[in-house]
Design a protein around this ligand. Structure first.
Ligand SMILES: C[S@@+](CC[C@H](N)C(=O)[O-])C[C@H]1O[C@@H](n2cnc3c(N)ncnc32)[C@H](O)[C@@H]1O
Ligand SMILES: [Zn+2]
Length: 157
């Protein structure tokens, strides 16, 4: 029998949340709710190509070389990364916030890992969807955070 995560995921597939992309005060484009979303509900899956960590590292350097400013690489674990740069859905447009209204969770469906974005509090119509990227802290190449939250940490990494 399917577990709770799988059941909820199937519900998300059949009744998708109404979302739209628009310009964001945080960065470039962002994703917005077009309907109210309750705490705990699934918002969207972060879809992309699943690649090994070493492949993702190579691609990241290549994307930087090509001047692709935004990173659409989402690390699942030590071994795998979801790359939404060339193949993805609207989930790739979600910006980071230090006080986000969503959280990203890894769930396993039929042995396949998936990244799913859940509401961590009530989301109103027109609210920008955000989650905490939890980028590892770096000494150099700091990316200033523009989330605007009162408790903003100042940097994405
Ligand atoms: C997955 S993209 C998010 C969508 C992006 N806004 C766009 O238009 O393509 C991730 C990139 O967006 C930017 N970004 C996201 N959240 C940010 C924040 N809070 N402050 C500054 N830049 C942010 C960073 O450049 C990051 O690498
Ligand atoms: Zn911030």
């Amino acid at each position: 029998m399917a577990d709770r995560g799988a059941l909820k995921f199937n519900q998300l597939q059949s009744r998708k949340k109404s979302l739209k992309f628009s310009r964001s005060a945080i960065h470039d484009w962002g994703l917005y709710a077009e309907e109210g979303i309750s705490k705990g509900e699934m918002v969207i899956e972060y879809v992309g190509e699943v690649v090994r960590g070493s492949v993702a590292d190579k691609r990241e350097r290549e994307y930087e070389r090509q001047g692709i400013g935004s990173s659409y690489l989402f690390r699942i674990d030590e071994a795998s990364v979801v790359d939404a740069t060339k193949r993805g859905n609207l989930g790739r447009l979600i910006n980071h916030s230090c006080d986000p209204n969503c959280t990203a969770k890894i769930i396993t469906i039929s042995g396949e890992k998936k990244i799913v974005i859940y509401a961590r509090r009530e989301i109103g119509v027109g609210d920008e969807i955000t989650y905490d990227y939890h980028f590892p802290i770096e000494e150099d190449n700091k990316i200033p955070c523009l989330c605007g939250a009162v408790k903003c940490r100042g940097y994405l990494n």
